[in-house]
Design a protein around this ligand. Structure first.
Ligand SMILES: *Cc1c(COP(=O)(O)O)cnc(C)c1O
Length: 419
């Protein structure tokens, strides 16, 4: 199913597409061609697979969480992306794109980062492959995530502070795109999730598909069955799609967990599929009209601030006010703190194939502590959202086989606990 998506123009139903300035059309076409060609090239696939094995540390294990399972009354298996080199799934995509950069004969990479995890993964693969690396980061985020700024600099990357706007991820993306437009002949924009203009949402998903491919064969051999439920946190949505894609043909339930933050009020969360009662947003009436501006399809009275619109090159669900201005977002997990969601998720939600839900900061924090104490695994606060959902829903999951994507490790979050 997923392999057939998106269509040739990068649409996932009414979502996705390519909403960029004219100067970026040709580089996006060049990138798409390089990616499609590399996918079919056995030498490229062998090179990528070898580096995923010997450098990233794949396959990552699938771990049975036995003490937690006993407590909850369901069988919880964890896909251990926290054990990837650099501590999260993000390097799967960063490595894949960096190999494409070499293939296209480019020498310079720009990237954006919020929490710093994608910046660290990008700086790492650029060091590995000898590419010049510039990472844009909001000054607010630089202060919050100082250890990752130091890591990127140690790895030889230049970290450029972004002072504009809210001085966070959204503004860093704007700056990275500006740099890319200016230096496009030598430079690749290494985008960190299933977001942005075509081909990024599909390409990033494919570079993460290894997560689900491994997990599917591991769970069958270790647990002797397919899972009943897959659970993953959803920021842009790359670790979730990486896990889900291999199971789309199976009778498996899928749950995407967004950042419910402090409350369902606009500005207090980063849940694009949430209404003020904590439910899913209403289906928009028919396909959204063409155009580049944000269109409010969901009535503003919905309360959470989510509506279909265009941000950073793609059409998708987006947290915005009635005038189409992007809303501020909040999450205790920096990697989930972004106003838009990947366009493929928007379609999967409309189709009902994936169920989306949100977990509050407090519940995520409780899960962070509980997994640490019960299993000896300190999860990233992002991943703790997925774990928290399982804890909250334990009664309805009784006896079920639940596979949770543990997208990253929590060392990066220790500073937040002290605040
Ligand atoms: C960045 C990040 C996420 C969120 O990104 P997705 O594209 O939604 O996967 C989740 N977990 C960790 C550990 C991250 O670093």
């Amino acid at each position: 199913m997923s392999a057939a998506r998106p269509d040739a123009q990068g649409h996932f139903g009414p979502y996705g597409g390519r909403f960029v300035p004219e100067t970026l059309m040709e580089p996006l076409r060049e990138l798409e061609a390089a990616w499609l060609e590399a996918r079919r090239d056995p030498a490229f696939r062998e090179d990528l697979a070898g580096r995923l094995r010997d450098y990233v540390g794949r396959p990552t294990p699938l771990t049975f969480a036995s003490r937690l399972s006993d407590e909850l009354g369901c069988r919880v298996w964890l896909k251990r992306e926290d054990l990837c080199h650099t501590g999260a799934h993000k390097i799967n995509n960063a490595l894949g794109q960096a190999l494409l950069v070499k293939r296209m004969g480019k020498t310079r990479v720009v990237a954006e980062t919020g929490a710093g995890q994608h910046g660290v993964a990008t700086a790492t693969v650029c060091a590995l492959l000898g590419l010049e690396c510039v990472v844009y980061m909001g000054t607010e985020d630089m202060a919050r995530q100082a250890p990752n700024v130091r890591r990127m600099r140690l790895l030889g990357a230049e970290v450029r502070p972004v002072e504009g706007g809210s001085r966070t991820l959204k503004d860093a993306i704007n700056e990275a795109m500006r740099d890319w437009v200016t230096n496009v002949r030598t430079t690749h924009y290494l985008l960190g999730s299933v977001l942005g203009a075509h081909p990024y949402p599909a390409m990033v998903r494919d570079f993460h598909a290894v997560i689900g491919e491994e997990a599917r064969s591991q769970v069958r051999s270790q647990a002797g069955a397919l899972p009943d439920v897959l659970v993953a946190c959803v920021g842009g949505g790359s670790n979730a799609l990486g896990l889900f894609a291999a199971f789309f043909g199976d009778p498996v339930e899928m749950v995407g967990v967004e950042a419910g933050g402090r409350s369902p009020r606009p500005g207090d969360h980063a849940a694009r599929f949430l209404n003020e009662r904590g439910g899913a947003v209403a289906r928009p009436p028919g396909p959204p009209p063409a155009g580049r501006r944000s269109e409010s399809v969901v009535p503003p009275s919905l309360g959470s601030g989510s509506a279909v619109g265009v941000l950073h090159g793609t059409r998708t669900y987006l947290l915005q006010d009635e005038a189409g201005n992007v809303l501020p977002t909040h999450s205790i997990a920096a990697g989930l703190d972004y106003p838009a969601v990947g366009p493929e998720h928007a379609l999967l939600r409309d189709e009902g194939r994936v169920r989306y839900t949100a977990v509050s900061d407090d519940d995520a924090l409780a899960a962070f502590h509980r997994l640490s104490e019960r299993e000896g695994i300190i999860p990233a606060l992002e991943s703790a959202h997925a774990v928290a959902w399982v804890m909250k829903e334990a009664a309805s999951l009784a006896g079920k086989l639940v596979l949770v994507n543990l997208s990253g490790r929590g060392d990066k979050d220790l500073g937040i606990l002290d605040d």
